[in-house]
Design a protein around this ligand. Structure first.
Ligand SMILES: C[S@@+](CC[C@H](N)C(=O)[O-])C[C@H]1O[C@@H](n2cnc3c(N)ncnc32)[C@H](O)[C@@H]1O
Length: 303
């Protein structure tokens, strides 16, 4: 994070409008049935941010279920409450500030404890899982929703499909070095999702199940749907801010901590920005397209 970003709250770059389109609602309804959410009356959303995950579950939770969201950032807690109010959920949703590593709740407090894209930011994700299990009632359900983000570097689009093997491998390597550096700096591993079933087993949960979100972030001309228009705009905003997963300072910090050199970073970043210009042009002339695959796991277990 750059000096000027010092007070930027955690994950501020990732709460754009596109996040409203992360899930297929009928998939979540199916997951609600598989998990037995109809029996749940107390819910905890850990690292709730501005409420996206907990609030999208509103329709598949029983109408009388009470949801508590907790986040370390005061600004997100406030915005999550405002968002709940705007969605007519204020009666059922309550937000509070606190640390996922030391949850301010009694043992055995909730029927359902969950998080989305939080463990990938944790220095000790297993400690956070332990805390989540501690506050879960016996028989209660834990659901952790986390990605393997490195996979994104192998999803092709109309611009990258014909890239040389060397160039493709270079990009995977560039991103992997950054991910390893982020972890080395105690900021979590962005591809942690792959390890979660094992972590839940270590935490002694029963009936562990692993699912994948069926959502693809496809974009193809003429980008007609609201969702595609939002995605197109987010790409354009990121390009115009010289952004790629992270901003330049943050990416440099991770790349160097991951064992890369300053020269490699500058070269790689410059190439990325050139690619961004091509992407901008292709979005504007409506030639850009991709099926937009990703890997987001939903891993569940019962206490
Ligand atoms: C990528 S965001 C995910 C937000 C939300 N779960 C969602 O999916 O929209 C990660 C969130 O974890 C929060 N966070 C990071 N470290 C935390 C900690 N130690 N305790 C509580 N929240 C934390 C951040 O403030 C941020 O809101």
């Amino acid at each position: 994070m750059s000096e000027s970003d010092k007070h930027k709250p955690h994950s501020a770059d990732y709460f754009g409008e596109q996040r409203n389109f992360w899930w297929n609602q009928d998939f979540l309804e199916l997951m609600g049935k598989r998990w037995g959410l109809e029996k749940v009356s107390t819910v905890l959303d850990v690292g709730c941010g501005i409420g996206h995950w907990g609030q999208i579950l509103a329709d598949i939770l029983p109408p009388n279920a009470k949801v508590t969201g907790i986040d370390k950032e005061a600004q997100w807690v406030e915005q999550a409450s405002e968002r709940a109010k705007a969605l007519n959920l204020a009666q059922r949703y309550n937000y509070t500030q606190g640390d996922a590593q030391e949850l301010p709740f009694e043992d055995n407090s909730f029927d359902f404890v969950t998080c989305q894209t939080v463990l990938i930011h944790m220095k000790y994700p297993q400690l956070v899982i332990k805390e989540m299990v501690r506050v879960l009632k016996p028989g209660g359900l834990l659901v952790v929703v986390e990605p393997n983000n490195l996979v994104g570097s192998l999803i092709f689009d109309s611009l990258s499909f014909g890239d040389s093997i060397e160039k493709i491998c270079l990009w995977v390597k560039f991103q992997l070095i950054c991910e390893r550096g982020k972890e080395a700096l105690s900021e979590g591993n962005s591809s942690l999702g792959d390890l979660l079933p094992g972590y839940l087993a270590t935490a002694n949960l029963r009936n562990i199940q692993v699912f994948l979100s069926d959502k693809a972030f496809s974009i193809f001309p003429p980008y007609l749907s609201k969702e595609q228009q939002v995605l197109k705009q987010e790409y354009l905003d990121w390009i115009r801010q010289n952004f790629w997963i992270w901003d330049k300072e943050e990416a440099r910090k991770y790349f160097l901590a991951g064992g890369g050199t300053e020269v490699e970073f500058e070269l790689g970043w410059q190439q990325r920005m050139e690619e961004n210009k091509l992407l901008e042009k292709a979005l504007i002339d409506e030639s850009f397209h991709t099926a937009g695959g990703s890997i987001c796991y939903l891993v569940s277990g019962y206490k």
